[in-house]
Design a binder for this molecule. Structure first.
Ligand code: URA
Length: 240
């Protein structure tokens, strides 16, 4: 691996700025100052130092959590509420939620320490699909489902076309399945409110091809490398 790339992966700075640090003689490898940005190193063997301090690359981790409601999607909360990190064991790496689910929303939430992956999963340009089951009040007419599908005007603009199906309906409430590739704040709640059917209960059941199968509320599992690579591939395909 190129030395500048290693420094960027370790989060020291961007690759371009790492090249400048190297040229300035601020980086040493195995005790020797290196000034060639194109230097190759073996991360398993070589010891890299920046201004005398060792530089390590953290192992990347990717978790799928089934977030219960009543838990906040942050690493800490000034109001002392339970966070998604409180649901995990002590890990050697600091990890962060990949996006957010509302405090009351339950379901599939990814967590990772990989900033590149997080950006691919979240940026609207990559159009990653998120599926929700929303229990809403009242019987929802088909004409309103069509509206949700085509796009609806919210205070922050029109929503993109969505996949929407009625899974169950009665006079009291309906269960909708909604698949979005946007990720605006409280989007599903605001869409349902806008058609006059407020959400009673909301769960994210899928993120792209990942589901909650085998993961009970409050528990988690690691993604395997094939799943991570597939997610990255999907994001790249969706790029516009
Ligand atoms: N839409 C919402 O309204 N809430 C969420 O948590 C996620 C999507």
């Amino acid at each position: 691996m190129r030395l500048a790339q290693y420094l960027a992966h370790a989060g020291i700075t961007s690759r371009r700025k790492a090249e400048i640090l190297i040229a300035e003689g601020k980086i040493s490898v195995n005790g020797m100052v290196v000034r060639q940005p194109a230097t190759d190193i073996d991360p398993e063997i070589d010891q890299v130092y920046f201004e005398g301090r060792p530089v390590f690359i953290e192992k990347k981790i990717y978790l799928l959590l089934n977030k219960p409601s009543g838990v906040i999607s942050s690493v800490s909360d000034p109001h002392g509420r339970k966070t998604v990190i409180d649901l995990l064991p002590e890990l050697p790496q600091r990890i962060y939620p990949v996006g957010r689910l509302d405090y009351e929303t339950q379901g599939l939430l990814l967590l990772s320490n990989d900033g590149y992956f997080t950006n691919l999963m979240l940026h609207p340009r990559y159009e990653m699909k998120k599926t929700y089951q929303a229990r809403v009040s009242g019987r929802v007419k088909h004409s309103l489902i069509e509206k949700l599908r085509q796009g609806i005007k919210l205070e922050d603009g029109w929503t993109a076309p969505a996949q929407v199906h009625i899974l169950h309906t009665s006079a009291r409430e309906s269960l909708l399945e909604i698949t979005l590739h946007e990720g605006r704040k409280r989007q599903v709640r605001r869409m349902c409110q806008a058609i006059g059917h407020p959400v009673i209960h909301l769960e994210r059941t899928a993120f792209a091809f990942l589901t909650l199968k085998g993961v009970a509320p409050g528990s988690y599992r690691y993604l395997n490398p094939a799943e991570v690579n597939k997610l990255i591939g999907l994001a790249r395909e969706g790029q516009i």
